[in-house]
Design a protein around this ligand. Structure first.
Ligand code: PHB
Length: 398
């Protein structure tokens, strides 16, 4: 390992998405140094379209940690959503039901704010690195080896390594298979996601169940919409010219109330596959996993980013306590707390997904039972509150 340019730090973080950057930012506020590496360029991360709903606790974390007040200026506060089925919309009023709101603020913007904050504060974030290898996680000086953007071979040595490297995490595979338990739930459908140049079709997000499958009407700006519809995981994007996309989306939201989508040129389209997964343990030696590296959820409840931020909020506290006391056993406090929220969100995301999607080959019984469940949820205040608690992240008892 001679010849590598060495940096010594307290925490090495693999992955410069929102989880990795927020962790680095929170640690800096505790006076703890870190180095963050990512094989992607900053531009590449910025151009990846991701979900856009922040729970109030996530907004509070951004604001309280001084990342940016941009989320307060530019984020749009939503006090509810519409559930649409049988050709009519039913509002779930978060403010009235659980006295909470959510904020529409795309993950890309959260990333930009965090990357800017790290740069402003002199954080050590290396984008565009290659050949990343995490070593010695069972020793007391674990390391991350990589080649930086300029082609220099580097070595970061730390007390703790955090794998925040997303759903295809390589850090996760360092947990020996004999110890690793990954529980997974696959879904027989995916989402076809588009961006289009048209103003919002509705004031709030519309989650629509139809005989043709699920559709979601979301927004980005006053002139850009984000829309999704359920599709086959192997769907070919090229088979979907704009006219076909609009016909499908309009059919899925149509109803006696005359609701229709505002159409405009489609500027981005992609098939987004998803699954529910949880990997345990979240700690192996001096390696800890956070965000999508440890767990993924279907996008229906928009929980992915919120869970990642909740993970690193807890993780920053635990790492600070462990390093402060010189006692790495304290790291064991991280996973149980994180997993409590993760599993509540897993259930919620699964439930909302199965409440609204059409299972290919599903029976008539399934379809009618699903409609009855939707009617129960919207007709009962308890049902609406249950949905509102989950959507806003106010899980009862947490
Ligand atoms: C989005 O705007 O991209 C979005 C919103 C809500 C979801 C998923 C995605 O549940």
């Amino acid at each position: 390992m001679t010849g590598r340019r060495r940096t010594d730090t307290a925490v090495a973080v693999v992955g410069a998405g929102p989880a990795g950057l927020m962790l680095s930012h929170l640690l800096a506020r505790e006076g703890i140094d870190s180095v963050v590496v990512d094989h992607r360029s900053r531009r590449e991360i910025e151009l990846t379209a991701r979900a856009g709903i922040l729970e109030a606790d996530s907004v509070a974390l951004l604001v309280d940690s001084g990342v940016s007040d941009r989320v307060l200026r530019e984020g749009s506060v939503h006090e509810g959503i519409a559930l649409r089925f049988g050709g009519a919309s039913h509002r779930i009023d978060f403010r009235e039901l659980v006295d909470a709101t959510v904020t529409l603020y795309p993950q890309t913007d959260v990333f930009v704010d965090l990357a800017d904050a790290r740069e402003r504060d002199g954080g050590d974030v290396r984008f565009d690195v290659a050949d990343t290898e995490v070593v010695d996680v069972t020793g007391d000086r674990p390391g991350v080896l990589f080649t930086d953007a300029a082609g220099v071979e580097c070595e970061v040595r730390a007390r703790v390594v955090v794998g925040a490297d997303g759903s295809r995490s390589t850090c996760r595979s360092l947990v020996p298979e004999t110890l690793r338990e990954q529980v997974v739930r696959e879904y027989p459908y995916a989402w076809f996601g588009i961006l289009c140049d048209a103003p919002p079709s509705a004031p709030e997000l519309v989650y629509a169940r139809s005989e043709r499958g699920f559709a979601l009407v979301s927004q980005r700006t006053a002139s850009v919409q984000r829309l999704y519809f359920e599709c086959d995981p192997d769907e070919d994007v090229d088979a979907w010219p704009d006219e076909r996309i609009w016909a499908e989306l309009q059919a899925r939201v149509a109803g006696d109330d005359g609701f229709a989508l505002r159409e405009g040129p489609v500027t981005d389209k992609a098939v987004l596959r998803f699954r529910s997964s949880v990997c345990e343990p979240m700690r192996y030696g001096t390696l800890l996993l956070a965000g999508d590296a440890a767990h993924t959820v279907p996008p229906t409840g928009a929980k992915g980013l919120n869970l990642a931020l909740a993970d690193v909020r807890g993780l920053a506290e635990v790492v600070a306590a462990a390093l402060g006391a010189g006692d790495l056993d304290i790291l064991d406090r991280y996973a149980p707390r994180a997993l409590e929220r993760v599993w509540r969100a897993q259930h919620f995301s699964y439930w909302l997904t199965s409440l609204l999607h059409r299972t290919p080959g599903g029976s008539e019984f399934d379809a009618r039972r699903q409609l009855a469940e939707l009617r129960s949820v919207v007709a009962s205040e308890a049902g609406r509150r249950y949905l509102a608690e989950g959507y806003t992240g106010r899980f009862a008892g947490l």
